[in-house]
Design a protein around this ligand. Structure first.
Ligand SMILES: NC(=O)c1ccc[n+]([C@@H]2O[C@H](COP(=O)([O-])OP(=O)(O)OC[C@H]3O[C@@H](n4cnc5c(N)ncnc54)[C@H](OP(=O)(O)O)[C@@H]3O)[C@@H](O)[C@H]2O)c1
Length: 240
């Protein structure tokens, strides 16, 4: 019987690396994305079709419900045992100048996205007494970063949600953890001054998506069954 994992924002960056790693781990991977179909198809190619694409906007509850119900109808005997809530955006600005929409969009995708996708998948994880949820947080959600009040609030919120939900479902062998990357080389960090920023990182470099994916792979493995409600930083020693 196949094992299924869903990675939101799985088409590019960290999400893509997680998709590839989970496919190597033997999962059929459901690759979610919002709009960039070409990149999503490229990701599916990278795993030789060992999964499927499932586009939806995580912040749109109706879209999420319809997509997940459709998947369940196509796979009546299966359940999604691994969920990686990875979709995220940043819309940086000092708070004084932040457009209202940038506040809401960042929180909607990270926090409402977490709720919209996680809630429908929990009953089956609990019923089967096995589930793994990993939420993509950030160093920004641990220490707060200037120019990212919206993003820091969203990532801090996801960390708190991780800790709360972990306690609700631990008895059912469902673990919920957060991963807090520092600076990772993806489209999201494309415009940043890497040469200047890496001087602030003890490892003196940005991380790679594959390094984050290795951590996610461990957290969703049966071996990580006693780790729950935790936030694991992966940041090259960047002090938090
Ligand atoms: N890169 C870093 O340094 C870093 C550091 C800390 C935390 N993180 C977090 O890690 C996660 C991945 O970041 P990344 O750097 O890999 O970002 P990225 O390269 O910009 O990729 C973002 C992914 O999220 C998807 N996405 C965006 N909005 C979505 C929505 N509303 N619904 C569904 N999918 C959506 C995108 O899909 P489309 O292709 O369709 O747009 C894409 O697959 C994010 O949560 C980010 O906050 C990143």
């Amino acid at each position: 019987m196949s094992k299924y994992a869903l990675v939101t924002g799985g088409s590019r960056g960290i999400g893509r690396a997680v998709v590839v790693r989970l496919a190597q781990d033997g999962y059929q991977v459901i690759v979610n994305y919002a709009s960039n179909q070409a990149e999503a198809e490229r990701t599916l190619e990278l795993i030789n079709g060992q999964g499927e694409l499932l586009p939806f906007d995580v912040s749109n509850a109706a879209q999420v419900r319809e997509a997940l119900q459709g998947w369940q109808q196509r796979h009546p005997e299966e359940y999604i045992e691994v969920l990686v809530n990875n979709a995220g955006i940043r819309r940086d600005n000092v708070l004084a100048l932040m457009p209202e929409d940038d506040w809401h969009r960042v929180l909607d995708i990270t926090l409402s996205g977490f709720f919209n996708v996680t809630q429908p998948l929990l009953p089956a994880m609990q019923l089967h007494k096995f589930g793994r949820i990993v939420n993509m947080a950030s160093v920004s959600g641990l220490k707060g970063l200037p120019g990212q009040t919206n993003y820091s609030a969203a990532k801090g919120g996801i960390i708190a949600a991780t800790k709360a939900l972990a306690q609700e479902v631990a008895r059912k062998n469902v673990t919920v953890n957060a991963v807090a990357p520092g600076f990772i080389k993806t489209d999201m960090t494309e415009g940043l001054d890497e040469a200047a920023l890496k001087k602030t990182i003890p490892a003196n470099r940005f991380g790679n998506p594959e390094e984050v994916a290795d951590l996610v792979s461990f957290l969703v493995s049966p071996n990580a069954g006693y780790i729950t409600g935790n936030v694991i930083s992966i940041n090259g020693g960047l002090y938090t």
